[in-house]
Design a protein around this ligand. Structure first.
Ligand code: CUA
Length: 350
């Protein structure tokens, strides 16, 4: 019976391990390969804590195994009671003091890192971006440069960027594991997080606070480009004319439908007025549709026709008149042609 229980336990442990490890491996969605200031600070603490706790583990397990093997009851020893050591002052002092020292070794760097990462006193000397968390997408407002976008956050490599974050509805949490730690995004106050990415690339972001039925789908990307490309991107994005009619005839019809079917009431392009839904400037260069789908026309048509089946609880469902497949197709064609700049995720080295 005990043997069977042991087997179940081993299976359970192995199963759990497989489950945990299956979370690893997605490129640029791991805190274990840090490529930014905050994630590096976290990783250093993870290593320190793991080393200290491994020492504790070995310091307990090795003597335990030795004692179990060496002092087993032998034949003829059934009534033997070994010398009792309870109340031994030296031993008790030692195993009280050592853990206190170990906790201090872990606590001091943790507290220093925590205060360092929370220090926003130099924010005015760096790039500031206003971030708004919404069910279930992210709005990015480069206020100083008059640029707005959503879902893909462009930042320059090697520079500190301050994110002033607030939520439009419920509490979310901003997390780009490879670059930074996470910070709550609350409806009632602005929280500031600074991030600094060391290398160009496309990094996955997640909402890390349960915020509704599509919480797990509230993904975004941080696109890290060179400082020169960043300046170019800002200039191109600040120069968008929302009234520009695409040269392609189908896309031009799509633009008309976009206005006619009241898409524009919620979705801004450039600085046009819609502010309720994601700003769609430069939509043709986005890494995803709705944060989770590959940016193909087929996926975009599916999203427009039935967003509820893709992101349950999203606010777009039911907010516009029924569209025919042909109309959705034209709108998709228009949106996918909104490419305002040559600075794209591909140019970010991915
Ligand atoms: Cu937003 Cu979870």
């Amino acid at each position: 019976m005990i043997g069977r229980m042991g087997k179940f336990r081993a299976l359970f442990l192995l199963g759990s391990l497989a489950l945990i490890l299956s979370g690893c491996g997605k490129e640029n969605l791991t805190a274990l390969v840090p490529k930014g200031y905050g994630s590096e600070a976290s990783m250093n603490l993870i290593i320190l804590t793991t080393v200290v706790m491994s020492f504790v583990f070995l310091a307990v397990i090795i003597p335990l195994v030795i004692v179990l093997l060496r002092f087993r009851e032998k034949k003829g020893q059934e009534d033997f009671i070994p010398k009792q050591v309870e109340g031994n002052q030296t031993l008790e002092t030692v195993w009280t003091v050592i853990p206190i020292i170990l906790v201090i070794i872990m606590a001091v760097p943790t507290v220093i890192a925590t205060f360092d990462l929370a220090d926003t006193s130099e924010a005015s000397e760096h790039i500031n971006i206003n971030v708004t968390g919404n069910q279930y997408w992210w709005h990015f407002d480069y206020e100083d440069d008059g640029v707005q976008t959503s879902q893909d956050l462009y930042i320059p490599a090697g520079e500190r960027v301050y994110l002033n974050m607030i939520a439009a509805d419920v509490t979310h949490s901003f997390w780009v594991p490879t670059i930074s730690g996470k910070l709550d995004v609350n409806p009632e106050n602005v929280n500031t997080l600074y991030i600094e990415a060391y290398e160009e690339g496309v990094y996955w972001g997640k909402c890390a606070e349960f915020c509704g039925p599509s919480h797990s789908l509230m993904d975004f990307k941080v696109i890290v480009v060179s400082p020169e490309e960043y300046e170019q991107w800002l200039a191109d994005m600040g120069n968008v004319n929302p009234d520009e009619v695409p040269g392609d005839a189908v896309a031009a019809e799509g633009k008309e439908l976009f206005e006619e079917k009241s898409c524009m009431g919620c979705h801004a392009i450039g600085d046009s007025p819609g502010q309720v839904g994601p700003n769609l400037t430069n939509f043709g260069n986005r890494t995803t549709i709705a944060g989770i789908l590959d940016p193909t026309k087929e996926n975009l048509v599916d999203w427009i026709m039935d967003p509820e089946s893709i992101k349950p609880g999203n606010l777009m469902t039911g907010k516009y008149p029924d569209l025919s497949d042909d109309e959705a197709d034209k709108i998709a064609e228009y949106l996918l042609q909104l490419k305002e700049t040559d600075v794209t995720p591909e140019s970010a080295g991915n």
